[in-house]
Write a protein that binds this ligand. Sequence first.
Ligand code: AMP
Ligand code: MG
Length: 403
Amino acid sequence: MLTYKQALDKVFDQISLLPKLEEQVNLLDSVGRVLAEDVISDVNLPPFDNSSMDGYVIKYNPDIRAWNVIGELSAGNYQEFEVDYNKTVSIMTGAKLPKGADTVIPVENCIISGNKITVSENYALKRGKNARLLGEDIKNNSVAISRGTLIKSSNISLAAACGKSFLSVFAKLKIGVFATGDELVSIDTVPVNDQIRSSNLSTLTAMVNEMNMEPVVFGFIKDKLELIESKISQALSTDIDILITSGGVSVGKFDFMQEALINMGADILFWKVNIKPGKPFLFSTFKIGSKIIPIFSLPGNPLSCFVNFQLFVKQALLMHYGIKSTNHFTAKLKSSAQKGDNKLHFTMAESSFDIEHGYFEVDSAGSQSSGSMSTMSKSDCMYLFPEELTMLSKGDWVECIRI
Ligand code: AMP
Ligand code: MG
């Protein structure tokens, strides 16, 4: 059976063939999208030498510690002053430095008397202190934000300062989703007898949205070979880039997904991965001319379905766009854990930050039954329980993936 790494490599081989089309979006709609252009600055940042403190601006001379105040400058209200040794201008944060000046003494280090100031005895003067120089953050015409950056609110300031009210980002991939199961009813129905609400369809749609991709929902169908075949055919006849299915990939008598895919002409790349939950994951592709549609067939158990999406769909797409920060972190385990197999376990868990010691701690969020939606709902991460181990002790360091 494939290891997680082997399976992910096979998935990525196919995902990396997907097109990377580009589109323009408003700056404020770009958060969560992947930048498809290098953002080039059309100005120097800062655009002029300016003060980083409220204080007095001087022309540095190590031997001078007293000055005459000849005026005042605040941000956006520049006036010409000629600052020479012995002269100073009162200056506010962000104000452009006057001609000749290079250094700012913070107001709290000055002794003011009328229109004269002296610097406090213990203050060490240094040329250039508290002055921010033209272009020291970003030079005009240079790359401010690189193509392939996952845009966060922390990028917006720089993009805006570079005059970008629109950004080119990679277009959303269209991801089709459908579920299978005789037991399924829609979530706005009250289930009776052995029915259950098709929660996976909502989860999958939510995860696609969360990745800033476009979900195309094809609903759910019964466990009938012909129905599954015609649903696959319906989905593949649209312009989707990826297809995700839920249910019917185990070894039950009514698990028809693999057979249906084969009948429809899909190439099965692998079935089953040495992980828990989500072992029965089935991965195939469908060729239409030169287009290849990767098909992720996930188990119906809600936790398996969720974890498979995180491990394969999300991970492979992040790799496709070259996004390095994949939400991996290490944490100290809060309670011991055991397992009796050689699978790689992804334990749904809750993390917390220990401020006193400066590290993350993590604990299982409850029952790891693959049907446990309450555990899933409480979790903010998964921790990895490696193949070769059967025991983890309290205090062990474990790898975690934020979800
Ligand atoms: P399957 O993978 O089809 O064998 O389903 C495994 C388990 O997941 C069964 O208990 C199903 O009732 C449940 N299940 C299947 N499909 C869904 C779905 N769309 N939403 C929630 N649970 C499901
Ligand atoms: Mg089923």
